[in-house]
Design a protein around this ligand. Structure first.
Ligand code: ZN
Length: 205
């Protein structure tokens, strides 16, 4: 029987990634943010769809192609309905789709502010360790060691020291502490004999 508290952290960036583009109105590079709107154009049997962004400073728009010249019959009906109605959940998923944005522009500002939903899924009081399963549905622009330091209320060099002593392990991670957290990673803390173990375990949950 494990003496670990088992928790799940769902990590969601507060803001979606923002492309930095040359804005003709401002005459300089500016971050753009999604307006929350989609444009859908029909051209015979073919459709174009864009996600509309706006310059942070002057509101000039940039249209990010979702697809172009696609046969309407090839678009799945639920996707077409979401495009037509501008379904907010669908728009949000597009706005957070970092790989798709990267295909259109290379300079991207990513938020390092995240919101974390914690759920304790098992374990017992008096545990000397914790297993934190990470759910990361959207890419996060924050290093894992910074995230753990702030969430566990420890200094970043303490995180490194715990990792170096084998008391903090990233399962499915390799040298993962200096990279952003990834979906499915598990942080295992083995803290038998560590003086402030109860405080760390409590912070994890
Ligand atoms: Zn502008």
């Amino acid at each position: 029987m494990s003496d670990h508290v088992l928790v799940r952290w769902t990590i969601v960036p507060r803001d979606c990634p923002r492309p930095v583009l040359a804005c003709p109105t401002c005459g300089d590079a500016r971050p753009f943010h999604p307006s929350g709107k989609i444009r859908l154009n029909a051209n015979g049997k073919r459709l174009d769809a864009w996600l509309i962004y706006k310059c942070d400073d002057c509101d000039r728009t940039w249209n990010r192609p979702i697809f172009e010249r696609r046969l309407a019959t090839e678009v799945p009906p639920d996707e077409l309905a979401a495009l037509r109605t501008g379904d907010p959940a669908f728009v949000r998923r597009l706005a957070f789709d970092l790989p798709a944005l990267r295909r259109k522009t290379s300079l991207i500002v990513q938020s390092d502010t995240v919101e974390i939903e914690r759920v304790v899924v098992g374990g017992k009081t008096g545990a000397t360790g914790a297993e934190i399963a990470l759910a990361v549905p959207y890419p996060v622009g924050l290093r894992l060691d910074r995230l753990l330091a702030s969430e566990l209320d420890l200094a970043r060099n303490r995180i490194a020291a715990l990792a170096g002593a084998g008391r903090l392990t990233v399962i499915g991670g390799g040298n993962a502490l200096n990279r952003p957290p990834r979906d499915g990673q598990i942080i295992r803390l083995d803290l038998v004999g560590v003086e402030d173990a109860p405080a760390i375990v409590a912070a994890a949950g």
